[in-house]
Write a protein that binds this ligand. Structure first.
Ligand SMILES: Nc1ncnc2c1ncn2[C@@H]1O[C@H](COP(=O)(O)OP(=O)(O)OP(=O)(O)O)[C@@H](O)[C@H]1O
Ligand SMILES: [Mg+2]
Length: 234
């Protein structure tokens, strides 16, 4: 398996404040990583640092051998970073379809394929962003990242605040995108059960540093470790 992402000695934060300290890991092509940790441990800061939206103080990030840390956010999108921020970045004043065509780049993920993945969005093609439920907005945020045809998908708490039926639908779509279609992803979650089940690797952050790295399957089968690191039994 060839390497897709490599992060070394990464430190980053906001202004003078350093939130992430000496973060390092690598991810292979087609692999899925669960990024876990309690509130305020630096998960979003790490995702945003990959996307270029924080201040990087040191270290390196490379995607398919290309150095990302000197690139602006739009250049990172062009280099293959598909970012779905925690606050969902859809254009509220555009329709569902316009949201997709506004950012679409050539590749296997076009609006038509994305509609097959998310039938709810197909039914709401002409709805404005303001006319979508929270779950539909989240699906559109994922769909927008997909039509960029990224090499690596970054999902920051994609299931947060959604009704159980929508969580199921979104999880099924994420599983298809990552496992069946082979798109590499880093998925942030505070409630790890569902995400560990569809991930290859797991990394746990605390106070801005990596405190645990393992295969997702191994971490999933160790309730005492999950309890200690995350305060959840399973
Ligand atoms: N824009 C900002 N400016 C300054 N400090 C920030 C900013 N955003 C986050 N922080 C700080 O960085 C630390 C990590 O925050 P971050 O949002 O990365 O955590 P998180 O693990 O994503 O938390 P959550 O699970 O609540 O989303 C926190 O101490 C937070 O207060
Ligand atoms: Mg966060």
């Amino acid at each position: 398996m060839s390497e897709l992402l490599r992060i070394e000695n990464l430190s980053a934060g906001y202004g003078e404040a350093v939130v992430l300290h000496d973060v390092a890991f690598a991810l292979g092509e087609g692999q899925t990583m669960a990024l876990l940790g309690r509130n305020g441990t630096g998960k979003t800061t790490l995702i945003n640092t990959l996307a270029g939206a924080t201040r990087q103080h040191g270290g390196s990030i490379s995607l398919s051998g290309q150095a990302l840390h000197k690139l602006a956010p739009h250049q990172r999108a062009a280099a293959g970073i598909g970012w779905v921020p925690q606050e969902r970045n859809i254009f509220k004043s555009l329709t569902v379809h316009e949201n997709l065509t506004a950012v679409e780049r050539p590749g296997k993920w076009n609006p038509q394929r994305v509609y097959e993945m998310f039938p709810r969005l197909a039914e709401r093609k002409t709805n404005l962003g303001t006319q979508l439920s929270g779950g539909e907005q989240q699906m559109l945020a994922v769909a927008r990242a997909l039509v960029l045809n990224p090499k690596l998908l970054l999902l920051d708490e994609p299931l947060e605040g959604l009704a159980p039926i929508i969580v199921e639908e979104l999880l099924r779509a994420i599983r298809r995108i990552t496992q069946d279609e082979g798109l590499a992803a880093i998925i942030v979650e505070q409630h790890p059960q569902a995400i560990l089940a569809i991930s290859d690797h797991a990394v746990v952050l605390d106070h801005g540093t990596i405190v645990h790295t393992d295969s997702a399957a191994a971490l999933r089968s160790q309730p005492q470790v999950l309890e200690r690191l995350l305060g959840v039994a399973r």
